[in-house]
Structures are given as structure tokens and as C-alpha cells.
Design a protein around this ligand. Sequence first.
Ligand SMILES: Nc1ncnc2c1ncn2[C@@H]1O[C@H](COP(=O)(O)OP(=O)(O)OP(=O)(O)O)[C@@H](O)[C@H]1O
Ligand SMILES: [Mg+2]
Length: 606
Amino acid sequence: MAKFEPARSLEQRVVELDAACERERRISRALRDVGVALGSTLDLDHLLELILHNITQALEADRATLYLLDEANDELVSRVVQGDEVRSIHLKNGQGIAGHVARTGKPLHVREAYRDPRFSHQWDLISGYRTHSVLAVPMKNHLGKTIGVVQVLNKLRGDFSEADADILHALATQAAVSIDNSRLFLSVTQKNIQLLEIKEQLEARVHDLKLLFDLESAMARAATLEDLFAAVLGEAMSTCDARTGAVAMREQDETPGSLHVLDGTTRTLKQYPFKNQGLIGYAIRSGKTVVSTDVFNDKRRNPPLEMRICKESNTAIAVPLEGEQGEPLGALALYDKRGSLFTDADLDLVQLLAANASTAIRLQLAREARERGDRLSTIGSLLSAVIHDLKTPLSVISGYVQLMVAAEARQKRSDYSELVLRQFDHIASMQREVLEFARGEKSILVRRVYLQKFFGELREALEPDLDRKKVRLVVTLDERGTARFDEGKIRRLVHNLARNAAEAMSGGGTFTIHVARNNQVGQGPHDPRQQNNALVLTFSDTGPGIPKEIEHRLFQSFVTSGKVGGTGLGLAIVKKIVEEHEGTVTVSSTSSGVTFQVVLPQKPSR
Ligand SMILES: Nc1ncnc2c1ncn2[C@@H]1O[C@H](COP(=O)(O)OP(=O)(O)OP(=O)(O)O)[C@@H](O)[C@H]1O
Ligand SMILES: [Mg+2]
């Protein structure tokens, strides 16, 4: 038989069930609210604020505090947000109620805080707050590790219940996961930022290096100081987007200064006299970088000079170029950046370029000085040879003059005078060639050479080395008279070809030099190979032939194959020498040897 419960106890049961239902509802509502809120941000500060706000509301508490465990310092750190103010509290792990919870990993409900020895009332003292009851639970992440503590203070009505403890526990677990995520996100973001910064720094370095590489290769191609200035200015202007650029070489003692201006539009380099004036002169005189954001109102400017450089100029930077001992050598300047002002990055760049350009300019100046010296000493040593060469036309002249004196017929005398004048032409052209060489207008000095003597001396010079390498040297001369070429350079050419041949015939062989004249008549004057009277030098060896892989670019610089320490310049030099003589060089190669043919055109003999 069914047992009837009294009506009162049933009513009480309904109340209890209602309360249980309400509790579950609150838990699920709080979880849902906090969940939605937590999902809305990854910013840690904002997240902590949201958690505290939701917890305070869900538990109808007066306050909530969230401590995060700082493992490195073994303390709990809390940020308390009151109004707009954010304060942080540091608590030693194990200290106070929160510290106790963090250490034990267990929740704690204290009804009368001031009666509990674990409670530390310092914070109350500072804040003027009065803590009555405290409910604190650990925050554990998905690995079950305590990462902090949440505590609520002073329930607004009554005291915290078991239901509250359950809610707080559920919220704390959810908060722990969110905080972990946020921290992870933060560390990933920070790493990302660091990576981006490193990437940017690397890109800047690569950019600088590429620029320097471009500059170095442009400068390496420059044969003269002017080419060098154009190369430096070209790089600097295009990198900094400047309309005009200038390099000034300073005026000092005996040396006049010079200003070289590159126009960005026409790409032409113009040269002007320079007396260390204007902004660019100021950079030289002060040895300091000059920046001007308003050139026309700048006291340091020199109107005629600056007008010459850039008519619409408004901004400029000028950086000194330094000599070997740091003394001013000149300056590099950029004018008129397109559309804006020069930036600090531009300045850094121009300084970098100026440092590199200084070195290149110093080297070029030294090279030019050395070449001048070389040329002078060559002229010195050639002087006796030139005087010797003059003997022939002079003795011819004196012979004709004697004949003229003796000749009675007017026509005869006029014929002799014609011959004398031709000798004077010859002397004048010799003089012209020597002077052109002395002035550096020509890189070769073409003179009349006695072929038998020349090749006799060459044989003597080559033989010892070839002998040692078991290479037989054969020199055959079909032509024994004279020919016109630069003795020193052709000697160098033969040495290069002989060395290559000997290197190719490592087991020994024969190297043959054949000298002949091209006697074909009536060929086109523009192709030296076909030119009548040209000197034809043939060099053959009995080696294995040119390696196939380099055959098509044999005469290019730095092309080398099968040699230890080969620089690949020998044949490039050969080609240059032949070109300076306006001649040609051809090669034919088989597996049993190589033949180089050099043709040097000869002006009709006088
Ligand atoms: N007579 C030859 N027989 C076979 N190969 C040759 C001969 N002459 C030149 N070569 C090939 O051509 C390459 C280029 O010669 P080149 O003289 O320009 O440079 P290199 O001899 O390598 O170096 P270096 O600058 O010291 O002369 C050589 O490395 C060699 O492989
Ligand atoms: Mg060589």
C-alpha cells in the first residue's frame, strides 16, 4: 500500500526542488553569459575584467578578485579594477586565503574573515573595505594545473551557499581555459611581432647589401673618374628618388676643384669649376653632413652654384667624401626629392654610399696617378727609341736635300722637295702618336718594329720556360722587315698565348709562332683580316684543344677551365690588345691542337 507523505513535507520537497532547479538555472545562465563574454576577446586585461564582472553578478557578491599565479616569482598577482583605475596586488603563494587556495588547490569558504588566521586584513586597511565572508576557488587549466585563484567577497544578501561554490567552481574552470588561450595567443602574437621585426631588419640589410653590390659592380665598370661619379650618383639618386645629384672634388692648393652634376631626367653628367662653395662646399669645409629643407633660404647656399645644380630645388642632403686619413676629399649631394623631404633612411643610405664611393674614388685617383707615372716612365724609356726612329726620316731628308742642291732641273728639285715633305709628314705623325700616348688619349704606342730582332728576343725570353715544360718552340718568319705595333703589348700577347699552350700541353709538345704578311690584293679595307699588307701572326700548339664548354666565350674575362689558379684573364687581355691595334684574333681548335691567328692591320708604309 502506498505510503502518503504529510502535505507539509510534500510542500517542503517542492520548495527544495524549486531551489535546486533555480540553482542549476543560475549555474547554466552564468556559464552561458561568461562563455559568450569570454569568447568575445583574447585581450588578457579585457578578459579578466569580463570574468570578474560576470562572477560578481552571478554570485551576487560585492566584489570579486582574480589572482594569476606568477610561477617565476612564486606569487599571486591580481589586477583590481575599480572604476577607471587598475591596481595590482602581489601576494606570496601560500599567504592569505587566496594564497592558501593556490597552494592546496582546494576551494575555501570563510564565513567570518576576521576570525580566520589565514585571512590577511592588510588590503582592507589600505582600501578601507571591510571583508566579512570569502569564497575562493582555484582556477585549473585543462591539464589540472592551478593557474590562479578567484575569490568573491561579501554576498550581498546572506552568505555564500554551496550552490554559489558550485557556480564559482564552474566559472573558474571556464575562465582558466580562456586565460590559457589568451596567454597562448599573446605569446604567439609577441613571437609574430618579433618575427616581423626581424624580417623587416633583414629586408633592410638585404636592401642595403643589394644596393652596395649594384654600386660596386657599377663602379667596377667605370674606367674613368667621371664614369665613377655617374655610377655613384645614378645609384644614389634612383634609391632616394632625387631629381639631381652632384659630386664635388674639393679645391686645394694647386689642384682646382670640380663639380660634377648628374641630371636625373637627361642622365647627362656635366662638369663645372668649383671653389668649395655652396651647401656641398659647406659639407666639405665642415666635414659634416648637411641637411637643408629649404635650400633657397639657406644661408649656406651659393645662389649661382645651387641654381646650376637644380633650378627647382627645395631640399638637399650633402655628405662629405673622405680621403685615406679622414681628410675631406669632396662631397656627394642629392637635391630635390620627388614629392617629399629626404628621410633619415635616405641620409643613412647616402652616408653608406659615400663611404664606399670615397674608397673607389681614392683607388681611381691612385690608379690614374700610377698610370700617369707608368706612361711617363714608358715615354722616358721610349724616348731613346723614338730618337732612334727619327734617324731614318732625318737621314732620308738629308739625302734628298743634298740631291736637291745638286739637281739642276727645276722638276727634279720639286720631286725631291715632295719626298722631303713626305718625310716631314712621317715625323709629324710619329710625334702625334707619342703625344697622344703621353696625354693618355691612346692606350698604345705604335712604333716601327724590326720583326727579326723582335721575335729573336722573344724566343730568347720564352725558351727557358718552355724547355722546362718540355715544349719545343718553333719560330718561322716569312716576313723579316718591319711592322708597326706596340712592342710591349704584343710581347705580352705572345707570352699569354705561349703560357696557355704550355699549360695545355702538360706532357710536352710543340708551340709554333709563324709571322707573315697578308699579301692578298684588293680586299676590303675595313676587315683587317682581308686587309692587304696586314701582319699575320699564327700561334699553334699540339695540345688537346680548347675545352668544349668554354669555346664560345673563350675571350671573356674570368673564363677558365681545367686549371688550378687560372684567373681566366689571359685571353681577354689578348683580345683587348688586338682591339687596341684595330686588329682581329680568331681561334680554331681540334683535338690535336689549337691555332690562334692574330691580324694586325698596317697603315700604308710611308
Ligand atoms: N692553347 C690552349 N689549349 C687548350 N685550352 C686553352 C688554350 N688556351 C686557352 N685555353 C683554355 O681557355 C681558358 C682561358 O684561358 P685564359 O688564358 O683566358 O685564362 P687562364 O689561362 O685560365 O688563366 P690566366 O688568367 O692565368 O691566363 C683556359 O683556362 C683553358 O682552359
Ligand atoms: Mg692563360
